[in-house]
Design a protein. Structure first.
Length: 515
C-alpha cells in the first residue's frame, strides 16, 4: 500500500494575498466549491482576523462547503486564534493553522524577539487553538533559513503543545531540493515526538523551485504539500497544485506515493481561478497552459497522429482538458494537414497536396496559425488574396467621453460600393461593431476580445484579436492600428470576410456535390 500525501490547498489564503483586488465573499464561496470538487484534504480559506469580510467568507465556507477540512490562518496571537476558532465553528472538520517565524533574520528584525520567546508564543497559541479543535497545524515561518537545531527545539515543543501537523515552509523560495530534503530528514531523525505529527511543506517559487522542493520533501518523508491552483501566491507564487498532483499521479512508479486528487477536475478549477482572480495562466504552463497539450511542429504532430504517447506523457482528458490540439503553423507538415482534412470530410482526391502545402506555407508565414476555414478556402480558391475580400474598410470615426454615449460611423466598400452607417454603444468599439453589423446585415457573437500593445510606450500599436461565432462556427480576426478603435474594426471586418469566404466555400461544395 502506497503512502498518501495530503493536499492542502491555500489558493484562497496565500493565493489570494497576491491578487491586485482581494476576492469578494461570493468569489471565495464559488472557488471554495470548485476546490472541494478536486477532493483536496484541507482547504485554507482565509485569515479571519484580517478583515470583517474575510471573517465572513471563512464563516460561510465553513458552513457551506463539505468534504475537505476547512482551515484558517492565525498569527501566534490570542485575538487571531479566537477569530479563527469562531469563524470555523460551522465546519464539519476544522483546522486552525498558527505560525511564527523562526529564522534568525525574522526573529531579530521582524519580530524582535528570541527563539525562546517565539517558542513560548507558539505553545500558548497552539494550546488556545486546541480549545476549538483537535486539528491544529503549526508553521515555522522561514524554516528554510532556520538552523536545523532551532527547528528541532520549536517543533518538539509545538507537538507537545498539541499540534498534529508541523509545516516547514520555504517562505522565500530560497532553498534547493537537496537542502530541503536534508532539512526534512534532520527533523524526522532528531525530533523525539515527530511520530505524533504529519510533516508538511509549503514552498514559494522565487527561484522557480517550489514544485521541485515539494517533491524532494515528499521523497524525504513529508506527507502534506501546501499548494495553490495555478501556483498563485505571494511574489513569484506558491507550489502549483496541478503540477505536484500530476507528478505524484504520473510518477507513482518512482515516488511510491499517491494523493486523493480528482485530476479530471484540474482544468476546470484552473480556468475558474484564472478568471475570478484575474490572473491569466501563461500559455506554456505545465498541465493547464493553453499549449500544454498543443502540438505545433510537423515532426511532433506526425508522431502524435501515429501514437499519442510519442509526445504526450499524459492524456489531456486525465486533467479535464477535452482533447489535444494540433495547431497548423508554418512548422507543420503534410501529415497533419491531411489528417485535418480527413476529419473535415475530404478525400485525397479532392486536393493536390503539393500545391495545397505551398499555399498553406505562404499563408502560415503571413498570419501564423492556419484554421480549418483557411484550409477549405485554399482547396476551393487555391490561394487567398486580401484584395479579393468582400468587405474593405474605408474609414472609421468614433467619439467617446465620460459624459455622453459613445458613437461611431464606419464606412466599408462592399463589392466596391461605399456603404456607411452610424451607431451608438457603451463604448466606441461597441458602437463601431453595431455600425458594421448594420452594413453587413449579419450579427456575430463576440466570444473573446483581446487588446494588446505591440511596440513600446505611447507610440505602440494596438493589436486586437477577436474570436467571433456565426452560424455555429468560430472565426478569428486580428487587427493592428495606432488607434485601438480602428484596430478593433479591422479585426471585426476580417471576421466578416472569413464568414463570407466560408459561405462561398460552402456553396461551391454544394455545387460540386450536385455536379
Ligand atoms: C508568510 C505569510 O504569508 S504570513 C501571512 C501573511 N498574510 C497577511 O499578512 C495577510 C493578513 N494580514 C493582516 O490583515 C494584517 O497584517 C494583520 C491584521 C494580521 C495585522 O495587522 P497590524 O496589526 O496592523 O500589523 P502589521 O501587519 O502592520 O504588522 C504585523 C505585526 O504582527 C507581528 N507578527 C508577524 N507575524 C507574527 C506571528 N506569526 N505571530 C505573532 N505576531 C506576528 C509583527 O511582528 C507585527 O507586530 P508589531 O506590530 O508588534 O510590530
Ligand atoms: C504562514 C506560512 C505557512 C506561509 O504562508 C509561508 O511561510 O509562506
Amino acid at each position: 500500500m502506497q503512502d498518501k500525501v495530503w493536499i492542502f490547498d491555500t489558493t484562497l489564503r496565500d493565493g489570494e494575498q497576491a491578487l491586485k483586488a482581494s476576492l469578494t465573499e461570493e468569489d471565495k464561496i464559488q472557488l471554495a466549491h470548485t476546490i472541494s470538487r478536486l477532493n483536496v484534504d484541507v482547504m485554507e480559506v482565509g485569515f479571519p482576523v484580517s478583515s470583517p469580510a474575510d471573517f465572513r467568507a471563512v464563516q460561510r465556507i465553513a458552513a457551506e462547503v463539505k468534504g475537505p477540512a476547512i482551515c484558517g490562518l492565525a498569527r501566534a496571537v490570542s485575538k487571531d486564534i479566537d477569530a479563527c476558532g469562531e469563524a470555523l465553528k460551522g465546519a464539519e472538520q476544522r483546522r486552525i493553522h498558527t505560525f511564527i517565524a523562526t529564522s534568525p533574520l525574522h526573529l531579530e528584525h521582524k519580530l524582535r524577539m528570541s527563539l525562546d520567546d517565539a517558542t513560548n508564543m507558539a505553545i500558548k497559541a497552539i494550546s488556545q487553538a486546541r480549545k476549538y479543535t483537535d486539528d491544529v497545524e503549526f508553521s515555522c515561518e522561514d524554516a528554510g533559513r532556520t538552523p536545523h537545531a532551532d527547528l528541532c527545539r520549536i517543533v518538539e515543543a509545538a507537538i507537545n503543545a498539541g499540534a498534529s501537523t508541523i509545516n516547514l515552509p520555504d517562505t522565500v523560495g530560497y532553498v534547493t531540493p537537496d537542502e530541503y530534503a536534508a532539512m526534512i530528514y534532520h527533523i524526522r531523525n532528531n525530533v523525539p515526538n515527530i511520530d505524533k505529527a504529519r510533516l508538511s511543506v509549503h514552498c514559494h517559487n522565487d527561484l522557480g523551485l517550489a514544485v521541485a522542493n515539494s517533491i524532494a520533501a515528499v521523497q524525504a518523508g513529508a506527507r502534506q504539500i501546501e499548494c495553490t491552483i495555478n501556483g498563485i501566491g505571494e511574489r513569484a507564487g506558491n507550489c502549483s497544485l496541478e503540477e505536484v498532483a500530476m507528478i505524484m499521479k504520473m510518477r507513482q512508479d518512482h515516488l511510491k506515493v499517491h494523493t486523493d486528487i480528482r485530476s479530471e477536475e484540474i482544468y476546470r478549477a484552473s480556468r475558474q481561478v484564472a478568471k475570478i482572480c484575474n490572473m491569466p495562466v501563461q500559455p506554456n504552463k505545465a498541465i493547464v497552459g493553453e499549449n500544454a497539450f498543443a502540438h505545433s511542429s510537423g515532426i511532433h504532430q506526425d508522431g502524435v497522429l501515429k501514437a499519442q504517447n510519442t509526445y504526450e506523457i499524459m492524456a489531456p482528458e486525465t486533467v479535464g482538458v477535452p482533447s489535444n490540439q494540433l495547431n497548423m503553423t508554418s512548422r507543420s507538415g503534410r501529415h497533419v494537414i491531411e489528417h485535418r482534412l480527413t476529419e473535415l470530410g475530404y478525400q485525397k482526391s479532392d486536393y493536390d497536396m503539393d500545391s495545397l502545402y505551398e499555399s498553406f506555407l505562404a499563408l502560415a508565414d503571413q498570419k501564423g496559425t492556419v484554421y480549418d476555414y483557411d484550409l477549405e478556402a485554399m482547396i476551393y480558391f487555391n490561394q487567398i488574396k486580401d484584395k479579393d475580400e468582400r468587405y474593405q474598410l474605408q474609414f472609421v470615426n468614433a467619439s467617446s467621453n465620460s459624459q455622453s454615449i459613445a458613437s461611431a460611423t464606419v464606412g466599408i466598400a462592399l463589392n466596391g460600393e461605399l456603404k456607411q452607417e452610424a451607431a451608438t454603444g457603451n463604448g466606441p468599439v461597441e458602437a463601431a461593431f453595431v455600425a458594421i453589423e448594420r452594413i453587413t446585415g449579419m450579427a456575430v457573437e463576440v466570444v473573446e476580445y483581446n487588446l494588446d500593445a505591440t511596440g513600446k510606450g505611447a507610440s505602440s500599436l494596438g493589436q486586437v484579436d477577436i474570436i467571433a461565432k456565426f452560424d455555429g462556427k468560430q472565426y478569428h480576426g486580428v487587427g493592428l492600428a495606432a488607434d485601438i478603435v480602428e484596430a478593433s474594426v479591422r479585426a471585426m471586418i476580417r471576421v466578416y470576410n472569413l464568414i463570407d469566404r466560408a459561405q462561398k466555400v460552402s456553396s461551391l461544395k454544394q455545387q460540386r456535390k450536385a455536379g
